[in-house]
Design a protein around this ligand. Sequence first.
Ligand code: PEP
Length: 259
Amino acid sequence: MARNKTLIVGNFKMNLGVGEASLYVHELSQLVKSHNDVEVVLAPTALALQTISLQVNHRQFKLAAQNFYWRDHGAYTGEISASQLRGIVQFGLVGHSERRHIFHDSDKDIRAKVQAAIRNHITPILCVGETAFERSEGETAAVLHDQLIGGLANVTSDELEEIVIAYEPVWAIGTGQNALPHDVSMAIRAIRNQIKHLYGAKASEEIQVLYGGSVTADSASDYLVLPDVDGLLVGGASLDAHAFSDIIKKAHKGLAAKR
Ligand code: PEP
């Protein structure tokens, strides 16, 4: 994805029912003005995607699936495919740490989901990040390297243009323990270096990379001002429409400050 827009993604996780999510979107739409330079993406429960897709002004908000299966159709009881989400969502989270660690999504699953998203014109947001233990062992760059190789194994240079990467240190997700901006810069530098190694310098400069991990309205600007950060993936703080709209406003100002 081109880096001309700051991407702010709200991941509701398994919170808010259909009615609540719909009310939330109505409230948020009143609080947020459309900015040409900020793309707001909402990832509510899969149950609410269809309703919200009919409700929202697509110039104001885009939608993301929190998860999907990599096959397009068939006997896979309980699953939702990227082909079923096509036309309803524009983005899909892939490799979120909760999927990797609670549901054991493997690199093989993750790379198949990246492919399924691309095949169905859905932009995958590929999440990568190290655990606290890996960090303490000094393995952050190696983990990012492996997760990028794992997730992008079948991705061509042309397809890479349709992908967003999110750096989400596992220890920072949902813990209130957000990463220091300097450490985020270093990690995203490592991600861009890996992309450079795999796809060349132009691709590494052009790929959109987000930060996620306990971001709040108070901390958002600390990351948004970093030259390598192109947006935020927000979990907990996205559940409060006021807090999330403050983050969106900061993204608009943050981009203005970078220019
Ligand atoms: C997330 O769900 O990707 C996330 C970053 O959550 P939180 O903001 O709650 O840490």
